[in-house]
Design a protein around this ligand. Sequence first.
Ligand SMILES: C[S@@+](CC[C@H](N)C(=O)[O-])C[C@H]1O[C@@H](n2cnc3c(N)ncnc32)[C@H](O)[C@@H]1O
Length: 295
Amino acid sequence: VNTETLENSATSTGSAIGDRYLDLMRDCLTRSAFPESWHPVAYPRGSWRSYALAPLQALLRSKRMYLCRPFEYSASKRFTGFDWPPEAETMIGLERLANLRKCCISAVKDEIPGDFCETGVWRGGACIYMRGILEAMRDASRSVWVCDSFEGLPKPTHAADRKLDDSGEMNPAGTLWRYKQLAVSLDEVKRNFARYGLLDDRVRFVEGWFGESLPRAPIRQLSVLRLDGDLYESTRDAMLNLYPKLSVGGYLIVDDYYDSPDQSCKAIHDYRDEYGVKDSIERIDHRGVFWRRSP
Ligand SMILES: C[S@@+](CC[C@H](N)C(=O)[O-])C[C@H]1O[C@@H](n2cnc3c(N)ncnc32)[C@H](O)[C@@H]1O
């Protein structure tokens, strides 16, 4: 098994047209090729603004109209994955998407056995990219596992997720369940795959809260596992159930490592300490990290 570092392993699909297909997919999935100009007005669940607007929004919806405001697209925010895009199928930005591409290509080229998987998919963009990479590399054997509640984040229950910050406010990850923008239905994610011509029986959906759905998921072996559930509990459930299925030479990617030190970052370190994982953690950008599993 080849366990070279990512930098040393080849990161092109091996065909110029394959590489261009993936470039084009990236620019579509992030909308960096055709920036959005509008976004729907939405406030967190339970806020006075959301109550105040509800009647007007219901009335407009009944007339098939929506309340929107102009959206100021920022190329640098989209590059770094700093915004929640109004339409793009992924919010992870171009740097983390590039890391995902390298990991997937390396896993296929190095013949690391196992499927690709993401826990926490939102509109599905990163998973659509994984399926596109298999297409570009003419890999007909692997599947992509798409795991989510498809109804947003859970209310935090674990102490780490309920932790208050220095000013007595709930930590940002602990408030994410309030955002309807993060609740994307299974049908919408399927439609997004279909939009790219990539919805087939090699895209496998695992629906439900990770603590219940992942132990039952018929996933056998993985070569790329990407975690993007933001919370301590979501990250821990994914590690406990799926990390043992990651092949030697496979990649573990953590999207929200740096911006939730007491949540996903802590879950990762607790797991590593408990199970003696020593592989060195590599930085992707201001948010994400990854490592390659050693024997
Ligand atoms: C930040 S979004 C993921 C962004 C996505 N990876 C992308 O490419 O844009 C977080 C997702 O995690 C899901 N999620 C978080 N915790 C979960 C849990 N415990 N069970 C199921 N889904 C969860 C949410 O529903 C949401 O879709």
